[in-house]
Design a protein around this ligand. Structure first.
Ligand code: ATP
Ligand code: MG
Length: 364
């Protein structure tokens, strides 16, 4: 799939912008703070109806304006889509696909698939678990619309249960309500764990092959689902386990004032040649593992939706050594790529048949 046209109005530092994009490589080059990431952010918005930098639409609207508008023509194998998003400081955002008003965000998710790779992602291995959970969630939200719904519900119920836990010391009768929430939490939670388990199994297989290629067969990458309840078996067992924990160990949670078990505490264990990369990996190994994970994300989307997603490489080239840059760019032959950099020297060593270069200067 690829974005053919992109139109922005009062989006971040763009008053008005209209672009025709190449279905191969698009290079946005410019100095710092000119608007490169703002453009790729608006493309990312198409996939998750959310920025990758903030969950608040109001930050995306140009200062001194009340509304922002994103429009994109997307070409896919089966049909084309015109997607429109009107963001407002005062009202709910309005979404249209092919001119038809969409009321539920879950109905647009999956229409466009975008994978973004930025310097932050190079820390995927090194950083805390929240980072890795976000990686899994972003991916599953795009390929499983039901996952997005379950995650929203899970987080809502989790917050309600946590609030109740804090109040039980003073109002013991709230325990009954907390039990009702526990039931819902176990239901949504086991659904999330099940989807994650399936996704991580796939990810592990693909990432291992990619990692072997990048390291010329020297390193074996292993990705293991570190489910907060222990070794993952299946959805029913997980639901039973969670429910038992939430009800029988409620005093532990009340003591701590938070829910201690569930998918909000999940993680990934990433091993290279049998050793935990987070603890023992060199910086280079951690980066290579992150690159393998990101490239696997592209392949998983391809296998799920039968088309390559759009790839965004925001400022990432100068962070990779020449070998890894080469590997990355060679794997992207059939993928529309939006690349940003501060200097064309970052990618001068490579040859592309199909590319366009855009100079970004002060929101133009
Ligand atoms: P870098 O190379 O440093 O990553 P960049 O070209 O990617 O720079 P952007 O992140 O796209 O820069 O930001 C460009 C400018 O947009 C920044 O100067 C920022 O202050 C401005 N900006 C951010 N949000 C808004 C907004 N809501 N309204 C107007 N301008 C904004
Ligand atoms: Mg930037």
């Amino acid at each position: 799939m690829h974005v053919k046209n992109l139109e922005l109005k009062n989006y971040r530092n763009y008053s008005s912008l209209s672009l025709n994009l190449n279905k191969g490589l698009n290079i946005f080059v410019g100095e710092n703070a000119q608007g490169k990431t703002n453009i790729v952010e608006s493309i990312y918005y198409l996939s998750g109806v959310k920025s990758h930098r903030t969950s608040r639409d109001s930050e995306l609207i140009k200062w001194d304006k009340d509304r922002a508008y994103i429009k994109a023509d997307v070409v896919k194998a089966i049909s084309d889509y015109t997607m429109e998003f009107l963001l407002s400081n005062e009202e709910k955002k309005a979404i249209k696909v092919n001119g038809i008003r969409i009321n539920k965000i879950s109905e647009v998710l999956g229409t466009v698939n975008v994978v973004i790779f930025s310097p932050e992602d190079l820390k995927l291995v090194k950083e805390g678990p929240a980072f890795r959970r976000k990686f899994i969630d972003n991916e599953l939200n795009q390929i499983r619309p039901k996952y997005h719904h379950a995650l929203l519900q899970y987080n809502r119920v989790l917050m309600q249960r946590n609030n109740l836990l804090k109040s039980i010391k003073f109002s013991p009768s709230n325990r009954i309500t907390a039990e009702v929430f526990s039931e819902q939490l176990a239901e949504y939670g086991s659904f999330l764990c099940d989807a994650r388990n399936e996704f991580i199994k796939k990810l592990s297989l693909i990432a291992r092959l990619i990692h072997r290629k990048i390291t010329n067969g020297k390193e074996e990458l292993e990705i293991i689902y570190d489910c907060s309840i222990g070794k993952y078996k299946n959805k029913q067992e997980t639901k039973k386990w969670l429910l038992k924990y939430y009800i029988e160990e409620m005093d532990t949670d009340i003591e701590r004032g938070v829910t201690l078990k569930g998918p909000h505490r999940d993680d990934l264990i990433i091993k290279i040649n049998g050793f935990d990369t987070k603890i023992y990996g060199s910086q280079g190994q951690q980066r290579t593992a992150a690159l393998s994970l990101k490239l696997s994300e592209i392949e998983i989307i391809k296998s799920e939706v039968s088309e390559y997603p759009i790839l965004i490489l925001d400022d990432v080239m100068s962070e990779l050594d020449l070998n890894r840059q080469k590997f990355l760019l060679e794997s992207l032959k059939d993928v529309q790529t939006i690349l940003t950099c501060t200097s064309l020297n970052d990618i001068n060593a490579f040859h592309f048949d199909n590319k366009d270069v855009f100079i970004v200067k002060n929101g133009n």
